[in-house]
Ligand binder design. Structure first.
Ligand code: FE
Length: 249
């Protein structure tokens, strides 16, 4: 099996949210698709370990917000990589409630669907929820965020709970042109410390800090080793501090 073939399937990225007896839960999913047009039905695939899974099972409703191409990274980090049971993901985002009672996230969203679950299918690690659309709204004609764009932009793998998760070692990487080892300069001393080129991965979300690229959004110029990042540097995806980063090894 060639797991890279799975990356040729196209997806968007969505916030899926629900609420039961005052408990709100939401996550970012890429597996959402329209099943029928009459009546309009949308299906999502939700991991059973996901907090939102239990809430949808109990409430029988969910909302789906379509993220825009330049969605907020902190929103992606919090909804995509944090657990709803550990933080209030809705504290900082604007939401509305419509006919089903599910919270609808408006931040970074282009359109939303408010759905009532009409069928569930146990597919092993995940449940496929089919929802009939009770209400929908278009918020903007901007471009939607595609999963491919997201993967390329952040050089990230899918979170472990995503239906499209593939273990890293199954994605046979082509050998990449490694920068050549530092050459001794005229004085016989090495001109660069190999540790300065070491890549660090965020243990929370999988973002990789590459010294060659720096982190321009955070004002970190290319060529900055991880060790020289400011102590208050935070992961641009999930906002985790430096302590959460480990050498790629
Ligand atoms: Fe992170």
């Amino acid at each position: 099996m060639n797991y890279k073939a799975f990356h040729k399937l196209s997806y968007g990225l969505y916030i899926i949210a629900s609420e039961f007896e005052g408990t709100r839960s939401g996550y970012i999913g890429n597996t959402a698709f329209q099943v029928t047009s009459s009546p309009p039905q949308i299906a999502i695939s939700c991991h059973k370990n996901n907090d939102t899974h239990g809430i949808i099972l109990k409430s029988g409703v969910f909302s789906l917000s379509v993220l825009k191409k330049e969605a907020s990274t902190s929103l992606i980090g919090e909804f995509g990589f944090m657990a709803s049971s550990e933080m209030d993901k809705f504290a900082k985002v604007k939401t509305e409630v419509h006919s089903t009672g599910a919270p609808v996230v408006l931040d970074s969203s282009l359109a939303w669907f408010d759905c009532r679950v009409v069928q569930t299918l146990d597919v092993g690690s995940h449940t496929l929820f089919v929802g009939e659309v009770a209400e929908s709204q278009l918020l903007s004609d901007d471009e939607p965020l595609t999963y491919e764009y997201y993967r390329e932009k952040y050089k990230m793998l899918a979170p472990r709970n995503a239906p499209t998760y593939i273990e890293k070692d199954k994605l046979t990487e082509e050998p990449s042109a490694k920068p050549s080892a530092p050459q001794p300069d005229q004085t016989g001393m090495a001109s660069a410390d190999p540790d300065d080129e070491e890549e660090y991965i965020c243990a929370i979300c999988g973002y990789v800090y590459r010294p060659d690229d720096g982190d321009l959004a955070a004002g970190i110029p290319p060529g900055t080793p991880f060790s020289e990042l400011p102590e208050d540097y935070r992961c641009p995806i999930c906002n985790a501090g430096k302590d959460y980063f480990k050498p790629m090894g």
